[in-house]
Design a protein around this ligand. Structure first.
Ligand code: ZN
Length: 126
């Protein structure tokens, strides 16, 4: 992947520093991050970089691979929302439809992110 890797926050509440998810333990407090990641969703944003529909789909696929590779709990995709005719509205609809399809095929859970209609979650454990 060309992009720099997203960091995750150390699960230790007294530490909480951003760490590279490929590390097995936190470099500051030695918390076991392997377990920590399984409680977190890997988060990507496909709506705010001017992505095309195809780019948004590719980013979701890449995000899924990364989330599975590092044993995250699932993938959270921020796709934004907008009117059905706007570019962002189209990406939001296609992204959530794409996620729903993947979840159905693979047997993952698929839910809206709480009350945030600009994001959906694929949950590997459901
Ligand atoms: Zn730590």
């Amino acid at each position: 992947m060309a992009k720099p890797f997203q960091t995750v926050d150390c699960k230790n509440p007294d530490c909480g520093i951003p760490v590279d998810p490929s590390e097995l333990t936190c470099p500051k407090c030695d918390t076991d991050l392997h377990n920590a990641l399984s409680e977190q969703y890997y988060e990507i944003d496909v709506a705010h970089g001017g992505q095309s529909r195809e780019e948004a789909k590719e980013e979701i696929e890449e995000g899924l691979n990364t989330a599975l590779l590092y044993r995250f709990k699932g993938l959270k995709v921020i796709h934004g929302y907008g009117s059905s005719r706007s570019k962002r509205g189209v990406i939001a609809r296609e992204a959530s439809y794409f996620m729903k399809t993947i979840a159905a095929v693979k047997g993952y859970g698929f839910t809206q992110d709480g009350l945030n209609r600009g994001a959906h979650i694929i949950d590997f454990e459901q």
